[in-house]
Design a protein around this ligand. Structure first.
Ligand SMILES: [Fe+2]
Ligand SMILES: [Fe+2]
Length: 411
């Protein structure tokens, strides 16, 4: 097999179409790049201060996860081997560097301008190189991914326009990421690779996974109305208080984003990252339900209580996952069906459809939690109940250190 996928682009040869070996080699590279996009979006879900950006990044995270899933299924059919084992260190380094942007503008310049723009072009080129019958399986997937990337890039352009100082400050970073990608032979790995030389990095900033869920000044960290309180309010007030709690599900988004980032190098199967990406996107949508409904009722989202996120940030990712899916989501589940019924009885269809979608998603989340906690504990003498007990010990120790004895659910 060739060291790089295409020694000769089909445009330069006498026939159209890609061999199975060529298609598989290209898909391995796309899979790697899109998989890294999942990780970068997760890290930046924590960092991006505007909640609207968090919401969009969560959608992009899920788009990338779905792309990876579709391509992995096709790679299997192409007998394409292991996606990550075949990746050149120069390509890995380029994607690793993208993470180290200093702010959202630079992230967009590096990831969207430096990587997704050439990725989109590579997908379009792939479609034009491919034969409509021999390569139909790949073309179908590429044509599903192209509109997603076009959509991502439109958002990226809006972010650049929004930046008061313009794009100029982020140009060196975009150029640096672009050069790294060129040094890796471009997306397809077919470009002439110049002699390896050290590229000048525009700055020395190194990203560390944030233990804080960041927000801008519009969002105050304040307690939310408790469940019993919300239930006893008049309908509209109760709905506003409940949808403020939905908006606050960004704490669960952050917790899952932290699980995705921290588990990245732990040798977990892709299926785990895929389920976590789905779960993260669902919680993101639940937060979006809150923003949508609050605005419909004349209010802007204005507060969060990130207690559950903050409390769990120094725990192993297994404990964070068990805490969310086997403790908290199980505890909150009993509130779900009465909420749907209540909105139905009040004739509040809008609130009902959001509460109904939330209930349905939560059933899947508990299923993910059961599946993956059993997976991680397979060769472990501990049971899930033992992990829960360890969590109780962590919490008790943290409360003792903070000098508090609070154990109740804050909202
Ligand atoms: Fe949720
Ligand atoms: Fe959930």
């Amino acid at each position: 097999m060739e060291a790089f996928p295409l020694n000769h682009l089909p445009a330069e040869r006498s026939y159209k179409g890609l061999s199975v070996t060529e298609s598989a080699a290209l898909f391995r590279r796309y899979i790697f790049i899109e998989q890294q996009c999942v990780r970068i979006c997760a890290a930046w879900l924590l960092e991006a201060p505007m909640y609207e950006d968090k919401h969009i990044l969560g959608y992009h995270l899920w788009d990338h996860a779905e792309h990876v899933q579709w391509m992995r299924e096709r790679l299997l059919e192409l007998r394409g081997g292991h996606a990550e084992a075949d990746i050149a260190p120069t390509l890995k380094f380029a994607l690793d560097e993208v993470l180290h942007a200093r702010d959202v503008t630079e992230l967009v310049a590096g990831l969207y301008g430096g990587v997704k723009q050439p990725l989109l072009q590579a997908y379009r080129d792939h479609v034009s190189m491919a034969d409509t019958a021999a390569n139909a399986g790949e073309i179908r997937i590429l044509q599903r991914m192209i509109p997603d990337l076009e959509n991502h890039l439109r958002w990226g352009e809006d972010i650049i326009k929004r930046c008061p100082t313009g794009h100029d400050g982020a140009v060196p970073w975009q150029r640096y990421i672009g050069d790294l990608l060129l040094r890796a032979g471009g997306i397809h790995g077919t470009l002439h690779v110049p002699p390896l030389r050290a590229l000048e990095r525009p700055h020395a900033h190194m990203h560390r996974r944030s233990a804080e869920l960041k927000f801008d000044s519009r969002i105050a960290r304040k307690p939310l109305a408790k469940y019993e309180e919300r239930e006893s309010m008049p309908h509209e007030q109760s709905v506003k208080a409940q949808f403020a709690v939905f908006f606050n599900e960004l704490w669960a988004v952050g917790l899952l984003a932290s699980v995705i980032v921290d588990s990245w190098d732990a040798g977990c199967p892709w299926e785990f990252q895929y389920d976590m990406a789905h779960h993260c996107w669902d919680e993101l949508r639940h937060s979006q339900f809150g923003a949508i409904r609050l605005k419909e009722l004349g209010e802007e989202p204005s507060r969060v209580d990130t207690f559950f996120f903050d409390q769990s940030q120094n725990w192993p990712f297994l404990h964070r996952l068990v805490y969310l899916t086997r403790d908290l989501e199980v505890f909150f589940m009993k509130r779900k069906s009465p909420r749907v019924l209540k909105y139905q009885q009040e004739g509040d269809g809008r609130s009902m459809i959001f509460a109904d979608a939330d209930w349905s998603d939560e059933i899947n989340h508990v299923r993910y939690g059961t599946k993956w906690s059993e997976y991680f504990l397979k060769d472990d003498a501990r049971t899930v109940e033992d992990i829960k007990e360890e969590i109780r010990v962590f919490i008790a120790r943290q409360q003792a250190q903070a000098g508090v004895s609070k154990t109740d659910i804050p909202f």
